[in-house]
Unconditional design. Sequence first.
Length: 308
Amino acid sequence: METELKRRHVVSVSIGSSTRNHSIEADVMGVPFLIERIGTDGDKKKAIQMIRDFDGKIDAIGLGGIDLYVHVGQKKYMIKDAKTLYDAAKITPVYDGSILKNSIEKEFIAQLGREGRYLKNGTKVLLVSSADRFGMAEAFANAGCDMIYGDFIFSLNLKIPIKNLSVLRMVAKTLLPIFSQLPFEMIYPTGKEQLTRKPRHKEFFEWADVIAGDFNYINKYMPEDLRGKVIITNTVTSKDVEDMRKRKAATLITTTPDFGGRSFGTNVMEGVYATLLGKTRQDPPTEKDFREFVKKENLKPRVLQITE
């Protein structure tokens, strides 16, 4: 008689909007999981208390709506506000998705480049923010894409497109040590701000064949017309997909899988994959672990045709 596998439990505690909450029971590679996302509408104190309440009782905690680290190549900078959230747990491992972004997500972009359908030499890509996705920024450049890195455009509302990876690297190394010490809501939409649309600099969206990066940024600033565009992002709900369909986007590609009509954030999937690998707070996963995991499990990005 087969022994029933223990159900694993992963919760993303997010400082984002509670309207995007979701809970799903799913089989992931033969292992049963309860996967949840709980938003605190920008309330960091509430998030800290929630993490304390879950600590020691579940398999992994995700930090949603905030990064613990931002990476530039091999260099990483800790976000001051995220450290207080991370430190609220003492037993359960806490994941922000940054390791996954620099391994699995980066490899998925490389896969798309090798396949040559959605990405190829000269494809015009708008990456709305590279600060939290430097691995993706590098992968697009390696695929030969014609790039606009939108960090100044959308984070600071400065019409200064960055088009060169070496320039981006220099700017990031200069500014990230400063930005990482600022209150997080100054540099990223949290809580209700995630729900407020502020279409901005639509000429850059119009220029691009592919719009990529964090969905909260894309959703906040995108124009009404996305006709024919390919969207490469992470956390989307069924409502988000329907909204992109109304805007005539052609294809949605997510770097995390679909569960019950939505894709969870990289922090959640980092927790899920790390749990499958048997990782703990004392033995955290590495980028190498995840790259090997991609090959072993033959993981692929999720591709959804929205409109013909």
